[in-house]
Design a protein around this ligand. Structure first.
Ligand code: UDP
Length: 239
């Protein structure tokens, strides 16, 4: 435990990160790999909270673009995150990691409602806590949820797991050869340079509450552990 840089982490897993190469839905081998990596850090004594996204299922904005009412479309998106959370819970438990899912919209038959003090207690007992259904409110994102929950539970860092991209770049590295990677940034840089790491609401919340962020590539095996140990991979974003 002495080598660990971050003792309580908030991992933001986008829906895409659970979809693998198919780009939509849930890819069981991909989730299994994530679960195995999380088991490693949980066994090192790191307290792990996770916010799962839902973009592999549905995005509220896309629904609104097709003519749906935005709030209604966003609720569908929040339900998508619950499906991901249950799949992740199943995988974590099958590799022997105790977990709890807490939802911001009550569905007591399948998960606990979000109760901050209970979540912290679970973390202290070594359980991985998965936060689902976002903030419970439309017009927000799961990036914002991760910043909000990180502040609420006093997480040391937000770990922003990316699908194939190893940090924050000056432009999209898949489209622009001149794109360069940043080693360090501030939340304000992200807002001012419009770097699209997380949405502005999530960035301002992280900035105001002084929560650092590490953006790293989830597809590289062993990266979650490296980040937790403080190895210089990805991009670190400070208050
Ligand atoms: N969402 C919402 N409120 C929240 C979090 C999420 O309405 O607090 C909805 C929103 O429609 C969003 C969808 O859930 O498009 C999926 O979340 P997100 O796009 O953040 O997932 P990710 O991109 O991380 O997979």
């Amino acid at each position: 435990m002495s080598d660990v840089k971050y003792r309580r982490v908030m991992l933001k897993l986008s829906g895409e990160a659970l979809a693998g190469e198919q780009g939509f839905g849930i890819n069981p081998p991909v989730i299994r790999k994530v679960a195995e990596e999380l088991k490693e850090i949980q066994e090192m004594g790191v307290e792990v909270a996770i916010v799962v996204g839902g973009g592999n299922m549905w995005r509220g904005e896309a629904g609104a673009a097709m003519g749906m009412e935005r709030a209604q479309a966003d609720y569908i998106g929040m339900l998508g995150t619950v499906m991901n959370a249950l799949a992740l819970q199943d995988n974590l438990e099958s590799v022997g990691v105790p977990t709890r899912v807490q939802t911001a919209i009550e569905m007591r038959q399948i998960a606990e409602p979000y109760i901050r003090r209970k979540a912290v207690r679970h973390l202290e007992k070594g359980r991985v806590v998965i936060f689902a259904a976002g903030t419970g409110s439309p017009y927000f994102s799961t990036d914002t949820t991760s910043a909000l929950r990180a502040a609420e539970i006093n997480a040391d860092v937000i770990l922003m797991a990316k699908n194939g991209v190893d940090g924050v770049y000056s432009a999209d590295p898949q489209k622009d050869d001149s794109a360069t990677k940043f080693e360090e940034l501030t939340h304000l840089d992200i807002i001012n340079k419009n770097l699209q790491v997380m949405d502005t609401t999530a960035s301002t919340l992280s900035m105001d509450n002084d929560i650092p962020l590490v953006v790293f590539n989830l597809n590289e095996p062993g990266n979650i552990k490296k980040v937790v140990l403080g190895e210089a991979i990805g991009t670190t974003v400070r208050g």
